[in-house]
Design a protein around this ligand. Structure first.
Ligand code: GH3
Ligand code: MG
Ligand code: MG
Ligand code: MG
Length: 299
């Protein structure tokens, strides 16, 4: 990671922001917010901070309230928060830690010490980000792994029930991939997997859509707010995109290029379906696509 870590300074007084900014700006990218509202916006943005330095006494939303809101939101709960405040009582400090802050610094502070503490927490944050990434991203294809797939599917199915919207799932499997490996070697097989994963990922254009490596040469695509007709359309687009990669597969009896078979299934919001039922339905459709000649979409 060569870019600077981002620190968000939240303080209602411009002068306080300036003091902190002046001794941190050489090492970090500094963002600033003068109100809780501004801070929430920055924390929820596409480029959230890696650490938040948070004042407590502020008009409207105070630092404690802001901390509580950030820690309740799945999107922002992992951002470490350090209180930087004039409130020095044991109770104040204990409350800060209770709300989930990683550190508590009282004013007047010594810049060298503040800098050292920030460095420690930024390093911890980087390690925890790396762990999250290793636990959720497939190492070969660099798209989400099965563990993420399961978590997202459960979350999106719950959301679909709540909002009464539909949700679809596509399972796809590379055709005759064992033969591909046997003919071209395992390294070429790996390259092929990477290219197929990329092309699936490129097709998806909604931020809520997610493609994951479901197993060896199997992928899963979760499509929130999408009915079966929409899913069949996406599946066909994926089938064509993989075909147009034109990856030679001389050992295939389906085509002379690498192809995929796809099965799609949808969940109707009024019928209670467990994640596993949806997976089974998509898997049955995939089996049908394989059984009826491969390089096909069924649903
Ligand atoms: P079908 O069309 O019925 O799906 O046939 P297939 O040969 O693709 O199916 P099968 O399940 O028999 O074989 C899957 C192959 O995928 C076998 C395995 O070696 C290969 N494979 C699984 N994971 C990897 C991987 O990470 N790298 C490589 N190179 N090959 C893999
Ligand atoms: Mg203040
Ligand atoms: Mg397979
Ligand atoms: Mg296969």
């Amino acid at each position: 990671m060569d870019d600077f870590s981002r620190i968000l300074i939240v303080d209602d007084e411009r002068q306080n922001i300036k003091v902190l900014k002046d001794f941190l700006r050489d090492d970090y990218k500094i963002m600033a917010a003068k109100t809780g509202e501004q801070a929430l916006e920055a924390a929820r943005s596409e480029h959230p901070p890696d650490l938040i330095l948070l004042d407590i006494v502020m008009p409207e939303m105070d630092g404690y309230d802001l901390c509580r809101i950030l820690k309740e939101d799945e999107k922002t709960m992992h951002i470490p928060i350090i209180f930087v405040t004039g409130l020095g009582s044991t109770n104040d400090e204990a409350k800060g830690f209770e709300l989930g802050a990683v550190d508590y610094i009282t004013k007047p502070f010594r810049p060298v010490i503040v800098k050292a503490r920030i460095k420690t927490h930024i390093q911890l944050k980087r390690k925890s980000d790396l762990l999250d990434r290793l636990a959720s991203i497939d190492g070969l294809t660099e798209i989400p792994n099965r563990r993420s797939f399961n978590a997202v599917l459960e979350r999106e199915i719950r959301r679909a029930y709540r909002s009464g919207s539909s949700i679809s799932l596509i399972l796809l499997d590379i055709d005759l991939f064992k033969k591909y490996n046997d003919y071209y070697g395992h390294a070429a097989g790996d390259t092929c997997l990477r290219r197929v994963a990329k092309s699936i990922d490129r097709i998806l254009n909604r931020a809520s859509d997610i493609a994951a490596r479901y197993g060896g040469e199997e992928f899963g695509v979760i499509l929130p707010d999408t009915d079966l007709e929409g899913a069949l359309h996406v599946a066909e687009t994926i089938r064509e995109a993989v075909a147009s990669l034109n990856i030679e597969h001389a050992a295939s009896s389906v085509a002379d290029m690498v192809s995929v078979s796809l099965g799609a299934a949808s969940l109707q919001p009024d019928v209670k379906t467990a994640p596993l039922d949806l997976i089974n339905a998509a898997d049955a459709a995939l089996y049908q696509a394989k059984d009826s000649g491969r390089n096909k979409v069924c649903g």
